[in-house]
Design a protein around this ligand. Sequence first.
Ligand SMILES: *[C@@H]1O[C@H](CO)[C@@H](O)[C@H](O)[C@H]1NC(C)=O
Ligand SMILES: *[C@@H]1O[C@H](CO)[C@@H](O)[C@H](O)[C@H]1NC(C)=O
Ligand SMILES: *[C@@H]1O[C@H](CO)[C@@H](O)[C@H](O)[C@H]1NC(C)=O
Ligand SMILES: *[C@@H]1O[C@H](CO)[C@@H](O)[C@H](O)[C@H]1NC(C)=O
Ligand SMILES: *[C@@H]1O[C@H](CO)[C@@H](O)[C@H](O)[C@H]1NC(C)=O
Ligand SMILES: *[C@@H]1O[C@H](CO)[C@@H](O)[C@H](O)[C@H]1NC(C)=O
Ligand SMILES: *[C@@H]1O[C@H](CO)[C@@H](O)[C@H](O)[C@H]1NC(C)=O
Ligand SMILES: *[C@@H]1O[C@H](CO)[C@@H](O)[C@H](O)[C@H]1NC(C)=O
Ligand SMILES: *[C@@H]1O[C@H](CO)[C@@H](O)[C@H](O)[C@H]1NC(C)=O
Ligand SMILES: *[C@@H]1O[C@H](CO)[C@@H](O)[C@H](O)[C@H]1NC(C)=O
Length: 607
Amino acid sequence: MIFFFVHVLSILSVLAEAAVTWTATPLNPPAVPLAVRSPYLSAWLQQGSGQALNDVWPSFWTGMTLGWAGLIRVDGTTYTFLGAPGGLQTGVLKAAQKNFTYTSTQSTFILSAGPVDITVNFLSPIEPTDLVKQSLPFSYLAVTVQSTDGNSHHVQVYTDISAEWISGDLSLTAQWNTSIVNGIITHQVQLEDQTIFGEISDRAQYGSAFYSTSNAVTTFQSGQDIIVRNQFVSAGVLSNTQDINFRAINDDWPVFGFVRDFGNISSTPLTHGKISPSSKVGPTLAREMNNENTVVFTIGHVRDPLVEYITIDGIQNRTAYWRTRFDSVVKLIEDFLPSYSTALNAANALDGNISADALRISDDYEAIVELSVRQALGACEWTVGEALNPSDIMGFLKGSNYPKALGHNDGLDEAMPVEVKSVALEALANYCAYPLSRLSTDDFAGTLPNQTNLAIKGTIGIKAMSIIEYMLGNHSAGANYSSIATSYAPQIEAFATTTSPTNGLEHLELNYGNASSWGLSYNLLGDKLLGTNVFGENVFEMHWQMFTAAIATSNVTRDLLITRLRAYLASGVNSVPLSDWYGATDAVVQGFQARPVVGGHLALLVI
Ligand SMILES: *[C@@H]1O[C@H](CO)[C@@H](O)[C@H](O)[C@H]1NC(C)=O
Ligand SMILES: *[C@@H]1O[C@H](CO)[C@@H](O)[C@H](O)[C@H]1NC(C)=O
Ligand SMILES: *[C@@H]1O[C@H](CO)[C@@H](O)[C@H](O)[C@H]1NC(C)=O
Ligand SMILES: *[C@@H]1O[C@H](CO)[C@@H](O)[C@H](O)[C@H]1NC(C)=O
Ligand SMILES: *[C@@H]1O[C@H](CO)[C@@H](O)[C@H](O)[C@H]1NC(C)=O
Ligand SMILES: *[C@@H]1O[C@H](CO)[C@@H](O)[C@H](O)[C@H]1NC(C)=O
Ligand SMILES: *[C@@H]1O[C@H](CO)[C@@H](O)[C@H](O)[C@H]1NC(C)=O
Ligand SMILES: *[C@@H]1O[C@H](CO)[C@@H](O)[C@H](O)[C@H]1NC(C)=O
Ligand SMILES: *[C@@H]1O[C@H](CO)[C@@H](O)[C@H](O)[C@H]1NC(C)=O
Ligand SMILES: *[C@@H]1O[C@H](CO)[C@@H](O)[C@H](O)[C@H]1NC(C)=O
C-alpha cells in the first residue's frame, strides 16, 4: 500500500499540448473530473489527446464505462452533448464543444447545438467547514441553454444514467424504481443481490445509485437505452412509464431518463461577463443558475453501512456521517437538489480562494492544484458510529481491502515498521538512523537497507515525540528525545550525501553509500510542516518535486519542477485520472491513477 506519492523526477522536455478545437482553461487534463465525491461516486471524462464531452462515455476512475447520456432537441433537431450513445435514429447530430474550464470544484463545458449554446456544469462540492456536507456522496449536473442568434427556439434537454453505475459485473441483475416525492423525481437503481462490503473491480456491490431532478415540466422513463433515447429524439418528451422487467445491467441496457422541456427559450442571449482569473466561470454561472434556462440534476451513490472497522472491542459497522443530519436519502436529496445555487456560490468562493493562493506561486501551479483537489477528497469517506454521535467521526481512505478496515490479525500486512511506526518508540529512537532492510511506502521498489527517506521520517518522529513529552511536562524525556533526533540528523546527512559524477552537484542517495542512486526525500516536508526543524537548510537545498518543491529553497528549481509537471498534465499522452507515477522522459503513466496522494500537490500552500 502506498500512502504518499512519489513523482519520478521529471526531466520531461516541454511536451506539445493536445491539439483540440475548443478553448481550454487552464488546460486539457488527461481525465476531467465530472462527479467525484467518494470512492464509488467517481465519474470522469477520459480526455486523452482531446476527446470532447460527447466523443466518449464518461468512465469510472478505473476506466469502466458509466452510461451517462445527454441530448438536446432544438426546434425538433436532436444533438448529443454528453456521452456517446449508439443506435439513435438518423438525423441526430453532435453538439460542437467550444469551451472547457475546470476549477477546484467544477468542470464546465460549453457546446453549441445549432442556434443554441449549452453550458454543462459538473459541480462536486468541497465543504471544508461542514463535514456533513462534505460526506454527501452526491454531485450536481446543471445544464443551461441559451439562444445565440437572437431568435427564440423550442428546447428540450434529455439525460439518463444506465445501471453501469452500480456494479463492476455487468451480468448481474439490477432492479430500480422511480418516485416523485415533494416535487422531486428520483430514479433509484441497485443490484438485486447486494453483497455488503463487497467490491468487484473497485466497484461497490451494494448500495444504490440515485438520479434526481425537479418535477417541474419534466417527464421520465425507464427502459432499454435505444427505446428511451429514441422516444426523446422523435417526441421531445418521455412517457412517464417504468420498465419493471428487472434484468442484467447489460441485457437490453436499462436506462433511467429525464426530459426537461424549456418551451421557447428567451431570444435574449445571456451576456458572459468578463472572467477574472480568480473567479473563472463563477459569476457567469451564478447568474445563469438563477435563470429559468437552467435545469439541475443530482447524481449519487449511497451505501449503508459504509465501512466495517476493527477495534479493540471487536468489529463495528460505521455509517455515513451525513446520517447525523438526514435520516433518509429522500431527505438528503430534498435538501441537496434545491441547494444548487447555494452550493455553487460556496464552491465559487472556495475556488476563488484556492486559485488566488495557488497563483501566488504561478499559473502552472494553479492548474495542477485545481485538478488535484477533487481527486484527493474523492477517495475519502466520513463516517460515524451507528449511535450517530457526531463527535464519533472518522475519515477513511480507500486502501486495498476497502471498505473492510479489518486490520491484519493474520500477520500478513506489508512489513513497513518504520514507515507506519508500528515499532516501539524505544526501537525507533535506538535504530532509526540505520534502518534495517525494510519496505518503505514506495513498496514497488522492494526492500532496501539504510533508506535515507525512512531515516529522515524516523528522526522527525523522535523530535515530534520530544515536543509531546515537553507538552506533557516530562522535561527529561523531552530533552532526551530532542538530543537523539538532533544527533541523528547530521549523521544521516553525512551517510546519505554523495556527489554526482555527471554534474558535480551534491544530492541525497536513495540509501546510504549507494553512489549510483537518487532519492526524493519527501519526508523532509514533515520537518517544515510540524516545525520540528531538525534538518539543516543544506539538506533542503538538495531537494526536489512538489512535496519536495515545497521545501526547495530556490524558486528557480521549484518553478522548473512545476512547469514540467504541468507539461505532463497537458501532454495529451494519457487518459486516466491524474497519476502520480509516470515516465520521466515520455510522460506515460505506470498505473497509480486517481490516488488521493495528489493532495500532496497542495504542499506549496501549507509551507
Ligand atoms: C425503490 O427500491 C428500493 C430498494 O428496493 C426501496 O428501498 C425503495 O423504497 C423503493 N422506492 C420506492 C419509491 O418504491
Ligand atoms: C414556440 O414558438 C413557436 C413559433 O415562434 C410557436 O409556434 C409555438 O407555439 C411556441 N411554443 C410554445 C410552447 O410556446
Ligand atoms: C471560454 O470560457 C472562458 C472561461 O470561462 C472564457 O474566458 C472565454 O471567453 C470562453 N470562450 C468562449 C469562446 O466562449
Ligand atoms: C454490519 O452490517 C451488516 C449488514 O447490515 C450486518 O450483517 C452485520 O451484522 C453488522 N455487523 C455488526 C458488527 O454490527
Ligand atoms: C476565502 O478567503 C477569505 C479570506 O481569507 C476567507 O475569509 C473566506 O472564509 C474564505 N472562503 C472560503 C470558502 O474558503
Ligand atoms: C519565491 O516565491 C515566493 C512565492 O511565490 C515569493 O514570495 C518569494 O519572494 C520568491 N523568492 C524569491 C527569492 O524570488
Ligand atoms: C533516552 O531514550 C532512549 C530511547 O528511548 C533510551 O534508550 C535511553 O535510555 C534514554 N536515555 C535517558 C537518559 O533517559
Ligand atoms: C547502514 O549504514 C551504516 C552506516 O554507513 C553501516 O555501518 C551499516 O552497515 C549499514 N547497514 C546495512 C544493512 O547495510
Ligand atoms: C518520562 O518519560 C520516560 C520515558 O518515556 C518515562 O520512563 C518516565 O516515567 C516519564 N516520567 C514521568 C514523570 O512521567
Ligand atoms: C542502489 O540503488 C538502486 C536504485 O537506484 C537499487 O536498485 C540498488 O539495489 C541499490 N544497491 C544497494 C547495494 O543497495
